[in-house]
Ligand binder design. Structure first.
Ligand SMILES: Nc1ncnc2c1ncn2[C@@H]1O[C@H](COP(=O)(O)OP(=O)(O)O)[C@@H](O)[C@H]1O
Ligand SMILES: O=C(O)[C@H](O)[C@@H](O)[C@H](O)[C@H](O)COP(=O)(O)O
Length: 197
């Protein structure tokens, strides 16, 4: 009788620790991927977010092979083939940061679900996706006003490729940057993934 009782306590203990662990993982992601089409503000918002969250920031643009950059400069959209090795390299970086325990914010277009799945790997509970979206003309205007290799002419193909991640924290980019960053951090804290519109 005593043995059965002791066994049940152990089982409960184990079950509690297991759920507690899951909960901790869910509430403490160590990686944020800021995604969206070119010009949506991934780099700008990602940097501010990393600073406030105490994380390292990296821009996926910095890891494109020169051939990809050349293509985009020449108004030629990337294909899956162009993107896959780049995404695999980014996944390796995510794994390295996960292992180091250092918080990591990656700005990466991650337009299709299949791309996000490569980035995510089996880290479902550790990675939060933030999707920056907004009015096409506002994005185009911001692209025209900045110095960048990516021509505004590629915005249409970026939007055509985009598959919206319903599970992401979705933020409309017409908001002020500080407000956007605060909303993202607040959503992560509360695990409230509703759209900020
Ligand atoms: N919320 C915002 N309010 C005003 N300007 C913004 C905002 N977000 C981004 N920008 C500006 O828009 C331009 C595009 O942002 P950027 O971070 O380069 O986009 P992406 O990395 O997605 O291509 C930049 O000049 C940036 O300063
Ligand atoms: O998958 C892609 O087609 C590219 O990654 C693209 O989405 C990305 O937007 C460019 O690298 C331009 O860089 P910005 O996003 O910084 O404009």
């Amino acid at each position: 009788m005593i043995v059965v009782f002791y066994d049940s306590i152990c089982f409960l203990d184990l079950a509690c620790s297991f759920f507690l662990c899951i909960n901790i993982f869910m509430e403490n992601p160590s990686v944020i991927i800021v995604m969206g089409v070119s010009g949506s503000g991934k780099s700008f918002i990602g940097k501010m977010l990393a600073e406030k969250w105490g994380a390292v920031f990296e821009d996926a643009d910095d890891f494109h092979p020169p051939s990809n950059i050349e293509k985009m400069k020449n108004h030629c959209p990337l294909t899956d083939e162009d993107r896959l090795p780049w995404l695999s390299d980014l996944r390796k970086r995510i794994i390295a940061y996960r292992k180091s325990g250092i918080r990591y914010v990656l700005a990466c277009s991650a337009l299709k679900e299949s791309y996000r799945s490569i980035l995510r790997g089996d880290d479902d509970n550790e990675i939060v996706f933030v999707f920056l979206h907004g009015d096409k003309e506002l994005i185009r205007k911001r692209m025209e006003e900045r110095e960048h290799f990516m021509p505004p002419a590629l915005l249409d193909s970026q939007l055509a490729t985009l598959e919206v991640p319903e599970y992401a924290i979705q933020v409309d980019i017409d908001k002020n940057p500080q407000e956007i960053v605060d909303y993202i951090l607040d959503s992560i804290e509360k695990r409230n993934l509703n759209a900020f519109v």
